[in-house]
Design a binder for this molecule. Structure first.
Ligand code: GLN
Length: 193
């Protein structure tokens, strides 16, 4: 049982550390072939435009490989730039994987408040969740099969569609490990299957 963290750009090391603290072996994924045998993959925060340049400019067929990873039963957690990559639609328009039926707007909290921390409303979690937002996107629309797990000021900030989780904040930067636990929970087959 091993999980991976896409290690092309951004704060992948903090995600790998968070997974290892939970006892999950974590592999840095730098080539599509590194996805083999993983049960979950984190797409970290960073800069989605830089990530896309690397992913689409590379000889590696990242989009096909990540979609195949999902279709083959892999679970995904995208945080911040990673959530932007997962979305169906991005504003301003840029390529995305479309594995999450949601629209996101990049850098949507304005220039004055580029980064902030806030307690999130998350009914399924006692005391809510800590949210660290860094030039964060907003999830502006979610489709009917998307469950909203946490909100900030009424707006979705942590959502799930099947094995795909997306957070507009940075759970890897706090001691609270419950978002990473949620990823590991959803990558196990449901009981009885
Ligand atoms: N602003 C970045 C983007 O649009 C995301 C920021 C982050 O991942 N912390 O891709």
């Amino acid at each position: 049982m091993t999980s991976g963290v896409l290690a092309l750009q951004g704060d992948f090391a903090a995600h790998a550390a968070a997974l290892r603290r939970l006892g999950e072996p974590a592999r840095e994924v730098r080539r599509c072939a590194d996805l083999a045998g993983l049960r979950a993959l984190v797409l970290p925060g960073g800069e989605s435009t830089a990530l896309l340049r690397l992913m689409l400019g590379d000889d590696e067929p990242w989009f096909d490989a990540l979609r195949a990873f999902h279709d083959g039963g892999g679970a995904l957690l995208g945080t911040c730039a990673g959530a932007i990559l997962l979305a169906r639609e991005v504003d301003p328009a840029q390529p995305s994987l479309g594995l999450l039926d949601a629209a996101v707007a990049r850098n949507a909290y304005g220039r004055q408040v580029d980064s902030f921390e806030a307690r999130l409303d998350a009914p399924a979690f006692e005391d809510g969740l800590p949210g660290v937002f860094i030039r964060a996107p907003r999830i502006t629309t979610v489709g009917p099969s998307v469950e909203v797990i946490a909100r900030l000021a009424g707006q979705p900030v942590l959502v799930r569609q099947g094995r795909v989780l997306a957070a507009t904040f940075h759970p890897e930067l706090v001691a609270d490990d419950r978002v990473h636990r949620l990823l590991l929970k959803h990558c196990r087959p449901a009981p009885g299957l």
